[in-house]
Ligand binder design. Sequence first.
Ligand code: NAD
Ligand code: UDP
Length: 328
Amino acid sequence: MDKKGIVLITGAAGFIGSHLVDKFLNEGYEVVGVDNYLTGNPQNLSHLAKNHSFNFIEADVSLKKEIEKIELFAQEENIKFDAVLHFACPASPVDYLKFPLETMKVDSYGTFNTLEMAHKMSAIYVMASTSEVYGDPEIHPQVESYWGNVNPNGPRSVYDEAKRFSEAAVMAYNRQFGLDSRILRIFNTYGPRMKINDGRVVPNFIYQVIKGEDITVYGDGSQSRSFCYVDDLVEGIFRFSTFPGLSGEIMNLGNPEEYKIIDFAQIILEKMNGNSKISFKPLPADDPRQRRPDVSKAYKLINWEAKTSLDSGLERTIKFFKNVVNRP
Ligand code: NAD
Ligand code: UDP
């Protein structure tokens, strides 16, 4: 076999997971994708139906019984995973507020189950953490050494605290068993294959302009986010997962270009030549005021930085959403 290795990716039918599957396949790896379609879409993987280097297992990784499906597959195929990438988890605030318990379970039981699998197979383990572990940050931009400012029981806690718990579990396996486990803190990422109605700001604004509806800015729009195009992100994830010597590392990945949400609404309007108006809606509870990654660690350790301009990333994303809307 001429393959570089075999990678297990949970959340493979989701937005980032499906791009990650493509990236590893393009780099010459064999990939086993797992998903229970809670927020994912089979169409994100439909182009791989005939790809012999890709296998898909429908399973809920929070359930031990369903994890056995993956173990059985590995036994039958006589394979062991070289890396386990745990990306399963609703990521849009609308999704995780709709599925609060599923979110907590996949980033607790799901993390333990996949960590155990990586430990048994001596695989590298990569956990998809988030800038949300910094909560409503008092340090700006956010650097990996910052512990964060998170409401432990507010509505967003089902996501933020589950991710923080996952980080603790990843480090416990690293310290107790010497597992080569790594934590990625992903900042707001956008691009094709996001669900048009998943409630995040990029699909919301674009879809609203396509429909000629008002753009909904929450609060006064002075809160900020920094947006990374998905191709840049998966390049960073690939490097972080495959470079040697990163056991126990925690790394931010994102694009440090920061925008106020009100300005971002204007950018989308102008770019799409839309005639939507802006209407202001209440700010959701605990919505972080500001967010921008410090990516100097990524630059130093994996020689990575985001390269795609907002203009070009939006161009591709808008095209994708227009196709989705026009699909019969
Ligand atoms: P997504 O909702 O598109 O993808 C998540 C996938 O996980 C879906 O396909 C869903 O069906 C699957 N899933 C959920 N629970 C599962 C379970 N119990 N068993 C198996 N599969 C399950 O979200 P995304 O934007 O692609 O995010 C992927 C990962 O990246 C998540 O862990 C998220 O927390 C993290 N992340 C994303 C962003 C971002 O901007 N997109 C930012 C920070 C962190
Ligand atoms: N937001 C907005 N209008 C929308 C959707 C989101 O103003 O229709 C704001 C939201 O309040 C937040 C920012 O855009 O301040 C990013 O929201 P998103 O849900 O994309 O991601 P978050 O960073 O909050 O997880």
